[in-house]
Write a protein that binds this ligand. Sequence first.
Ligand code: HPA
Length: 242
Amino acid sequence: MSLHLNAQPGQIAETVLLPGDPLRAQHIAETFFENPVQHNTVRGMLGYTGTYKGQRVSVQGTGMGIASSMIYVHELITGYGCKNLIRVGTAGSYQPHVHVRDLVLAQAACTDSNINNIRFGAKNFAPIADFSLLLRAYQIAQERGFATHVGNIMSSDTFYQDEFQQFQQWADFGVLAVEMEAAGLYTLAAKHGVRALTILTISDHLITHEETTADERQLTFNGMIEVALDAALGLETESQQG
Ligand code: HPA
């Protein structure tokens, strides 16, 4: 048990998918896991553990934003020994060539959050993905025919901003898309020496305002979950051996 998770010790797998929305956690467990068991109910932030293709795996809702998600990531790592943390979420595109429903694998994450200023002061820390997870996810996404982009993203503390054009500077520096959690996840993974990756589907477009139907978004979301789960297959065995 930890402060925000009431799972028993050993009840959460080494590999955990991290959607922001707890109902997405339930959907992932019910759709993709064999024999899912609910391991968390605290604050309605649902979490489940089951197996996928015979390997133990968990999914844990994190809530929105760096502040909420870092609480769960911290407790999963320090309280339950989780080693492979894969955020699965949505993002808004900053680039004309990154379309709605495309996949973005976040190689690195910029942020306007103060988390790392608190840690490092005037020095900058570069939060990056685990390369082995990134490579696996990229190869699987390519094999399955997803339009997939790998690069820098922006983890923002604010969804609604006073000045809409604030995103332009990030776009000018090649940042692909905006979401609200990856920089915190990558920083904690680095601190604790575990693997992390963020896989995103583009749900909205800040420049073109392209739209898709809810059904199309769900289809892409499910494809992304399978990429995440397959990318993680075998990692648990590796870390047990290592
Ligand atoms: N901003 C921040 N987070 C998001 C967005 C956005 O436009 N779309 C999906 N997640």
